[in-house]
Write a protein of this length. Structure first.
Lengths: 421, 421
């Protein structure tokens, strides 16, 4: 099964499976158990509560959060009222973001944290809380204690599937994987469960992602690797340009494999490659599941300075005109030129280059002849690559960045106009 | 006819018709003539070329242009190769933006300018050129000289309707008016024709707007009034957040009424009020015609500083989540909180206030009880007002701004995914 699944998970031309990584048949790494339950937050008794626990008392963790100016109470509790490098459990609900809910929301998040800690016999400061769903509606708490008890009773090494089911909202498919990673010092396992389809954007894009490994990492190593890999994955995607109030990524390391990943070792390099591939693929899966998405794009911008290429890449990735053209398989590169022009006011005349799927369409700011049939065929794929080159102002290599983005579809409008999400 | 039409033109709660202004039955102010023709740019012989001429040799004008870093050749020619305060004619085509077309595009824009000047016996530097349509496609020039000749032969005081027809692209309805303005020194007339439905956004939003008056204005007065009124109209709207490569607004003053508008006079004040109402109403009409739009919103943000309220207002107006909720008549204010949070990273906890149609829904960052039935009913209107209050950091009145914006609809996706515009 692992061969077929491995192909399915790394199913993007933009992520290579490292040679020392294989997908295995699921289940959490040693030292982890998970489960789900129904807490009455979603209607009709749907699964809406997920619990993942690390059984190793000396677990090491790292976390990253949204930078929104409107932070949801669960983010505030997890960021400010835990020991972020020593988390032992995550309690997460879907169906309600518990955001813009004030003191009552803080009390609700703390209730989730304390009930989980008491049930598991942990310190509250080792329990992270995460929520996702509608903003501005009080979180129903009546069903939480019993549901937390039920989830705790159902904890299982194979609970990653159940946990993954519990954290989705408008997601059309699950985003999870378990990998086996061959390191010089031994074999470790690495798993992650992510959710996200809308309200996905710059600077920190996933809604929720939880990562587990049985490798042993020092807190500094966990922080370093999570930070670098988040910057290369969830920081580089956009569905709709909308930064969430609730984004949370947590890496937990049980050490149960007995394999230690030492700083600046070959083990660290290889483990980092595996984590990078895992998070990049999950990030691409979020874009691919961008509400209603049919195609995804990758824009690569090269230019004179990091802030310039970043601004241009975001402008292209978040342009509804570029996104609708992507949806319609229309290689309408004039909209890319327009978006770059908007990002660089006053820069005219701008000698920009544009290529779609490797075919130059604009050189030095001017349309060039191209094979429209070949271009149309390339634009009809499911992963479309756009390259933008800006004039350099100094010798040396250009700054370069990428953003992966979904198209804009009728289904996005339907999902967001007809449902309160 | 004037009474009925006047009601129809000023058909927004957000623009009041000044008491000294009445709508008249069309036709250009004294000293102006206009016409249209077919130049073979649009398919099937559709009207695609508009010409408006001021017959007064001492005409005074003012112009404003997009700030895009990718400026279309017609913008470059009009900005850099005319006497902007002494324009006598505008030649405008639809169906092709003549943008990202390089030297050939510059030659095409100059051809339009020179052919118009020769036909009319004017200096080329007194002829403005404007284009709107698809970007990155060479402008077909073969039919231009004959079409310019045909338009010149058809020039007429009643040609404002024909001119208006010639400049539209995806517009669903025309945006034009002629007003009679009672000034202390006499009666003048003021007319304008605008186009725009997509690629409409910040900092300078119309695609094209041409304004004519038979009042006599000094160049400084024309510059001052056009600058102020553009800032309060086309600068405050967004359909899709996309700054165009071709935006152009031109005010031309024939002086043919014999009524002079002197600086700092009551005439200037009253004329400015009329121009302000005219351009604001045309700007709202562009938003209302935002590709596929069913409802329009106005977000008013009050807060500690101009740049802060501007950032927040743009974030709300350009959020696809807010825009789809507006489309769906869903008063989902959590998306407004989320957009403001994104605009103000690191500001948490943010004690923001939100009201929809005057009903408070969030106070001090926390959801408050409200009458959901009344809120839903209010959200089902065609003009929805959102107010956002940010905490003030200093005594004194808050900074305040507004942005008017269209919703995001299935039709927007259809228009932009299925057609190359």
């Amino acid at each position: 099964m692992s061969g077929a699944l491995a192909q399915e998970f790394f199913a993007s031309r933009w992520v290579q499976r490292p040679a020392h990584v294989t997908q295995d048949d699921g289940g959490l790494p040693a030292g982890f158990r998970a489960a789900h339950a129904s807490a009455g937050i979603k209607p009709a008794g749907a699964v809406d509560l997920g619990l993942v626990v690390c059984d190793a008392p000396d677990a090491v963790s790292a976390a990253r959060f949204t930078r929104s100016g409107v932070l949801a109470p669960p983010v505030l509790v997890t960021r400010d009222e835990t020991t972020p490098n020593g988390l032992r459990a995550v309690i997460a609900n879907s169906g309600n973001a518990n955001a813009a809910t004030g003191d009552a929301g803080l009390q609700a998040a703390r209730l989730m944290q304390r009930a989980t800690a008491e049930t598991l016999g942990l310190q509250p400061a080792t329990v992270a809380v995460a929520s996702t769903g509608v903003i501005g509606v009080p979180l129903p708490t009546a069903g939480l204690p019993a549901a937390i008890g039920a989830a705790a009773a159902a904890l299982d090494r194979g609970g990653d599937v159940a946990f993954s089911e519990a954290i989705v909202t408008t997601d059309a498919f699950h985003k999870r994987a378990t990998l086996t990673v061959e390191l010089p010092s031994g074999t470790v396992r690495l798993s992650a469960q992510a959710k996200g389809a809308g309200m996905i954007e710059p600077a920190f894009a996933t809604m929720l992602c939880f990562v587990q490994t049985d490798a042993a990492l020092a807190p500094e190593t966990a922080e370093l690797l999570l930070g670098v890999c988040v910057k290369r994955s969830f920081d580089r995607i956009s569905v709709d340009g909308q930064l969430s109030t609730n984004d949370t990524v947590i890496l937990m390391c049980s050490g149960s494999s007995g394999v230690a990943v030492a700083p600046e070792s070959e083990d660290e390099l290889r483990f980092g490659e595996a984590l990078d591939a895992l998070l990049r693929m999950l990030a691409i899966m979020i874009v691919r599941d961008g509400e209603g998405a049919r195609r995804i794009g990758r824009v690569v911008v090269r230019g004179p300075a990091p802030e310039v290429v970043e601004r241009c890449a975001r402008a292209v990735a978040n342009s509804p005109l570029v996104k609708t053209a992507l949806h319609g398989a229309d290689p309408n590169w004039g909209r890319i030129a327009q978006a770059v022009g908007q990002a660089l006011p006053g820069a005219a005349p701008l000698a920009l280059d544009i290529a779609i799927e490797g075919m130059p369409v604009c050189v030095g700011g001017v349309a060039v002849a191209y094979d429209l049939g070949a271009l149309n065929a390339a634009a009809a794929g499911v992963e479309i690559e756009y390259e933008v080159g800006l004039p350099l102002t100094a010798p040396g290599p250009p700054a370069e960045t990428e953003v992966l983005f979904s198209d804009l579809s009728h289904e996005y409008v339907t999902i967001n106009a007809e449902y309160t999400t």
